[in-house]
Write a protein that binds this ligand. Structure first.
Ligand SMILES: NC(=O)c1ccc[n+]([C@@H]2O[C@H](COP(=O)([O-])OP(=O)(O)OC[C@H]3O[C@@H](n4cnc5c(N)ncnc54)[C@H](OP(=O)(O)O)[C@@H]3O)[C@@H](O)[C@H]2O)c1
Length: 320
């Protein structure tokens, strides 16, 4: 990649008042940590005090912010998405709308609003290019979430043209890393695999059964890389055209399972429950635009990130 890669700039952040919605979440934690290290004054509105689906609470939460990084979302893995289409579309649309409107009313200088790869049409040629985002309907199980997130792009463009609000919308690949949600009820694919293989290793189970056929492919971005991308986006992106944030590397779920098994030291067999759905068949992003326009490139290789994720889950078990 020929683009100049950039590091976050402390002179941009020093003393800036920044609100990170969802700042106590999986992506929020490293984002807040990095912003604080860069010298920003960071506030994190928690849902218990500021339910961002409520316009008044949202207006209150964002008061005084110069920069807003909007990460709050109702989000989960494929099973969670299938069980909760109503809350997923309602909460994520409400939060997006309220955050844009509050930023407009407060005259916020920059808003970064996190979108997801789930916004892409089910059948998109790979690697997914931003120009294909509007070509069709998302994979059915994550459409309510994906389309609610996609409205952030419409909000960004409309509020820029009508009200001159400077916002941008990164479209983020599947994330993984330490302190992920490892609960099998609503976790994403890597956290769920780490959970299953670690427990199977401890129990000496002869077989781990995984969801689907193992044939689909995905792209996995280490969470700290994504946090750095949010920061570079705030510094450098002044367009409402969406831009992908990922590694650009495709990994089959079957190969991922082998890597997770190795990272956990599991020696048994892996079986696939093909009665359960696969989700979108193939997914990985064209990451050229982010490299060229915000100087971002992912740094953490999958094997290294998996080792850190396994370590994090093991230490969470030893604390319980
Ligand atoms: N994880 C992924 O693989 C992935 C991939 C692509 C894009 N993204 C996007 O990245 C962002 C962060 O995801 P994540 O995985 O970090 O999610 P997460 O760990 O579930 O964190 C989400 C945070 O949102 C906050 N929140 C939820 N509902 C709220 C409400 N009604 N009012 C105020 N706050 C609320 C929660 O705050 P409290 O803790 O205070 O309740 C929570 O800490 C989301 O926008 C998501 O769409 C994630």
């Amino acid at each position: 990649m020929s683009a100049d890669l950039l590091a976050p700039d402390p002179t941009y952040w020093g003393g800036k008042s920044v609100v990170v919605t969802g700042g106590a979440g999986f992506l929020g934690k490293p984002t807040v940590r990095m912003l604080t290290e860069l010298g920003a004054e960071v506030r994190v509105p928690r849902s218990a005090e500021h339910d961002l689906t409520d316009p008044r609470a949202c207006l209150d939460a964002l008061a005084g912010a110069e920069v807003v990084v909007h990460l709050a979302a109702n989000v989960g893995g494929i099973g969670f998405n299938r069980r909760n289409p109503g809350p997923l579309v309602r909460d994520n649309m409400a939060m997006g709308l309220n955050v844009f409107e509050a930023c407009r009313q407060h005259g916020v200088a920059k808003l970064v609003a996190a979108c997801s790869v789930c916004a892409y049409p089910k059948h998109t040629p790979t690697p997914f290019s931003e120009d294909r985002l509007w070509d069709g309907f998302p994979e059915e199980s994550n459409a309510p979430y994906g389309l609610a997130k996609k409205m952030l792009i419409v909000l960004s463009d409309a509020y820029r043209r009508q009200y001159d609000l400077d916002s941008c919308v990164p479209v983020i690949a599947n994330l993984y890393g330490p302190e992920d949600n490892f609960d099998l009820e609503d976790s994403h694919v890597i956290a769920a695999m780490v959970h299953r293989y670690v427990i199977a290793t401890e129990n000496g189970d002869p077989e781990v059964v995984l969801w689907g056929t193992g044939e689909p492919s995905r792209e996995f971005l280490y969470v700290d890389d994504a946090a750095r991308a949010m920061i570079l986006a705030a510094e450098h992106r002044d367009s409402s055209q969406p831009f992908n944030i990922g590694t650009g590397v495709e990994t089959k779920i079957r190969d991922l399972a082998a890597l997770v098994a190795r990272a956990t030291g599991y020696r048994g067999a892996t079986a696939w429950d093909t009665s359960l759905p696969d989700g979108q068949p193939v997914r990985y992003l064209d990451v050229t635009r982010a490299a060229e326009e915000i100087g971002f490139q992912a740094e953490v290789p999958l094997e290294q990130g998996l080792a850190l994720t396994v370590e994090s889950f093991r230490s969470s078990l030893s604390r319980t």
